[in-house]
Design a protein around this ligand. Structure first.
Ligand code: F6R
Length: 617
C-alpha cells in the first residue's frame, strides 16, 4: 500500500469541538493527547446563549488535575477548546497554560507551535494598550485578534479578522479560537498539525487522529496556510480558498488502557509479539521464503541503482536506523548512512539519484520532517517509515511503509523500536539479491521472532531483580556492544536515562579502551550486549577489561560459553539469527529501564521534560 496525500507540520496537544457535551469531549480528547505534552492543561467553553466572558480553567500538571479543578463546571457546554502543554515560551505556570483570553474575556485561544516574531508583536500589542499577562508567544494572538475585530470594517466577519491576524505571524502554528456570540471554532494551521474530525452529532479538531478513534468516522487534514471556520455545518473557508475533503478515518482503534499491566510502558513492551506479527504480516510470502516491502515509488531494481540511501531519524528511531544501516550494508551493495535528523547534511548527501528515508513513530518529529524537506530541496527522492497513520511525514513523502505497531502511548518508545528494526530488515531483503538459502534463513528467523520475543518476556529467573539492585545503588552506568549491538547499546542507555533518570554512556565495546574505561571503578555497572555472532570473541575481551577494573557486569547474551564467568548477572536471551538479535536483545534492556524507574518511584509513562511528539527544533 502506498502512502497517500502530502504536507509538513509542531508540540502540545489541541482538542476542540462543537457537540452536545463539548467540554466533556474536550477533556477526554486532551487525556488522549496528553502524551504530546504534560506540563499543564486548560480548556475554555461556551454555553448555549452564552453572554459575557468565556468560562476557562487552566492548571499546571496533568489533564486529571484539570478535570479535578474544572469539577463539572463545564458540563453542558456547546463549544469548547482545550490544550495540553509542553512549555517552549515561558515557564510551567498556571498563567502560561492555555487557553489565553482577551482582556475582556470574550475570546479564547489555544496555540501549538512557536511564533518567531513574538518580540516584535509584543511591542505592538503593548503599544495598542493591551494588558499581557503571560510570558507566552501564544497570548499575543488573542490580543491581535481582538484589535482586528474592533477595528475592521463592519461588513467583515470574525473569520476575516482571524485571517488578517494570522497573516501577522511568523513561525509555526496550529491555532483554535472561540468567541462569545460565535457558533464556530476558528482554526489555522502552519507547520503544526491540525485535523478536523466529523461524527453524526459533532465536529471536532485535534492535533492528531488518536482522540478521534471511537468518536469520529471521517477526518479532513488541514494544510499549511489554511484558515477556516468550523461550524456544525462543516468547514467554511475565506473566499477563493479550498476546503479539504473528509475521508474515512483509517487505522486501528485502541484505548489508552494498560489492562492487566501496571503501566502503559510495560503493556507496550509486552505488546511486542503481536506488534511484530503485524509489521511482518502480508510482507512475508505465503510459502514463507521471501519477504518484501511494497509502497515505494522505486522498485527493487531502481533502488539497487541508487547512488546512496540516507536514513534520517531522532532518538530511538535513529538507533533503529543505525541497525538498518548494518542490514543494508550487509545484504546490498548500496552506499547507506544513518543521520541524526537535526544534523542532516542534505546538500552533501542528496542528489537526484539518492533516496532519503525518514523513520519516525509519530510521523511528526520536526527535525525529521525538516531533514526530509531539505533532502527534497537538494533534489533527492524521499520516503518514510512511520507508525501513526495519516501523520505529517507519510503525507509529505507520499510513499513508504507503515510500522503497524498500534498506538504507542508511553512516552518512551519500545514496541515501535522493534518494528522499526524489523522494517529496515524487510527493506534490505527487498533490495538484496542474496542467495536463496541465506534469504530463507533470515525470513525463517523473522517468522520465529514474535515467539522468541514472547519467550523472553515470559521467562524470569530472578536475574532482572539482581540487575536492578546493582543499578539502584549506582550513580551511572555504561552500556557496551559491538557491530549490530553497538547502536542497541545506545538505545538501552537512552531508555535507562529517559525513564530511570540514570546518567548512562553507551560505547562500542572496542572504543572503551580509548577513553571511557577511565570511568570504571569498583562497582560501576556495565551492561554488555553480547549475542553469539562474529563479534563475540571481541566482546569477551571488552567484558574482561571491565571486570578486571572492578565493574559489575550485567551480561545480555544467548551464549553459554566461558564469558559467563565474568558476569555478575546474566540476562539470558533466546538464540536467533544475527539480523534479528537486536529485537530479541532489546527486551531485557527495556525491562531493565522500566524496572529501575519503578523501583525509584518514577512516572515511567510520563518522564519529566519529555513529550511523545517532539515537534519543535
Ligand atoms: C525515546 C523516544 C524518542 C523518540 C524521538 C523520535 O524513547 O521516544 O527518542 O524516539 O523523539 O520520535 P519519533 O519516532 O516520533 O520521530
Amino acid at each position: 500500500m502506498k502512502y497517500t496525500m502530502s504536507t509538513p507540520e509542531s508540540m502540545c496537544g489541541i482538542f476542540g469541538c462543537i457537540a452536545p457535551d463539548a467540554a466533556g469531549k474536550v477533556l477526554e480528547g486532551l487525556r488522549k493527547l496528553e502524551y504530546r505534552g504534560y506540563d499543564s492543561a486548560g480548556l475554555a467553553a461556551i454555553f448555549t446563549d452564552h453572554k459575557g466572558p468565556i468560562e476557562t480553567e487552566r492548571t499546571t500538571g496533568y489533564v486529571s488535575d484539570l478535570v479535578n479543578k474544572a469539577n463539572g463546571r463545564f458540563d453542558g457546554a456547546r463549544i469548547s477548546i482545550g490544550h495540553t502543554r509542553w512549555a517552549t515560551h515561558g515557564g510551567v505556570t498556571d498563567t502560561n497554560a492555555h487557553p489565553h483570553s482577551s482582556n475582556d474575556g470574550t475570546i479564547s485561544v489555544v496555540h501549538n507551535g512557536i511564533i518567531e516574531n513574538a518580540s516584535e508583536l509584543l511591542e505592538r500589542v503593548k503599544n495598542l494598550g493591551y494588558d499581557v499577562q503571560s510570558e507566552t508567544d501564544s497570548e499575543l494572538i488573542v490580543h491581535l485578534l481582538d484589535h482586528e475585530l474592533k477595528t475592521q470594517s463592519r461588513r467583515k466577519t470574525p473569520l476575516d479578522a482571524f485571517k488578517s491576524t494570522v497573516s501577522l505571524l511568523r513561525g509555526s502554528w496550529a491555532i483554535a479560537v472561540i468567541m462569545t456570540g460565535m457558533e464556530a471554532i476558528l482554526v489555522a494551521r502552519n507547520g503544526a498539525p491540525l485535523i478536523i474530525g466529523r461524527a453524526h452529532d459533532s465536529i471536532c479538531i485535534a492535533s492528531d487522529v488518536q482522540p478521534f478513534y471511537g468518536g469520529c468516522s471521517e477526518v479532513a487534514y488541514m494544510n499549511d496556510g489554511d484558515v477556516f471556520s468550523i461550524t456544525n455545518e462543516g468547514i467554511l473557508a475565506p473566499e477563493s480558498t479550498q476546503t479539504p475533503d473528509f475521508i474515512t478515518l483509517e487505522g486501528v482503534y485502541e484505548e489508552q488502557d494498560s489492562g492487566i499491566f501496571e503501566h502503559m510502558m510495560l503493556k507496550e513492551i509486552f505488546d511486542q509479539p503481536v506488534s511484530l506479527t503485524n509489521v511482518l504480516s502480508g510482507r512475508i510470502s505465503a510459502d514463507g521464503l521471501r519477504a518484501e516491502l511494497a509502497g515505494f515509488d522505486l522498485d527493487p531494481e531502481e533502488m539497487r541503482n541508487l547512488d546512496r540511501i540516507n536514513l534520517v531519524a531522532c532518538g530511538t528511531a535513529f538507533f533503529a536506523a543505525q541497525i538498518g544501516v548494518h542490514f543494508l550494508r550487509r545484504h546490498t551493495g548500496i552506499t547507506v548512512e544513518a543521520f541524526r535528523a537535526s544534523e542532516f547534511p542534505a546538500r552533501s548527501v542528496c542528489s537526484p539519484n539518492s533516496l532519503t528515508i525518514g523513520i519516525s513513530q509519530s510521523g511528526e518529529t520536526k527535525d525529521t520532517l525538516d531533514a526530509l524537506q531539505e533532502a527534497r530541496i537538494a533534489g533527492g527522492r524521499i520516503s518514510s517509515f512511520c507508525n501513526v497513520i495519516g501523520s505529517t511525514i507519510p503525507r509529505l513523502t507520499s510513499n513508504g511503509a507503515y510500522l503497524y505497531a498500534g498506538p504507542e502511548f508511553a512516552v518512551a518508545s519500545t514496541k515501535v523500536f522493534s518494528n522499526m528494526v524489523a522494517i529496515t530488515l524487510l527493506l534490505a531483503l527487498t533490495i538484496s539479491e542474496m542467495p536463496k538459502t541465506a534469504r530463507t534463513e533470515i525470513v525463517q528467523d523473522l517468522r520465529e521472532l514474535p515467539n522468541k520475543v514472547a519467550l523472553n518476556l515470559k521467562e524470569d529467573d530472578g536475574s532482572l531483580d539482581k540487575a536492578v539492585s546493582i543499578l539502584e545503588s549506582a550513580n551511572s552506568a555504561i552500556f557496551i556492544g559491538r557491530g549490530i549491538s553497538a547502536p542497541l547499546s545506545q538505545e538501552g542507555a537512552l531508555k535507562m536515562m529517559e525513564v530511570a533518570y540514570l546518567p548512562c554512556l553507551a560505547y562500542p565495546g572496542g572504543e572503551l579502551k580509548h577513553g571511557p574505561i577511565a570511568l570504571i571503578e569498583p562497582g560501576t555497572p556495565v551492561i554488555a550486549i553480547a549475542p553469539s555472532d562474529e563479534t563475540l570473541p571481541l566482546m569477551e575481551s571488552s567484558i574482561r577489561e571491565c571486570k578486571t577494573r572492578g565493574a559489575k557486569v550485567i551480561l545480555i547474551t544467548d551464549n553459554e560459553g566461558p564469558m559467563l564467568e565474568f558476569a555478575d548477572v546474566v540476562l539470558h536471551t533466546h538464540s536467533t539469527g544475527h539480523d534479528t538479535s537486536p529485537i530479541v536483545n532489546v527486551i531485557p534492556l527495556q525491562l531493565l529501564a522500566y524496572r529501575l524507574g519503578i523501583s525509584k518511584g518514577l512516572n515511567v509513562d510520563r518522564p519529566r521534560n519529555l513529550a511523545k511528539s517532539v515537534t519543535v527544533v
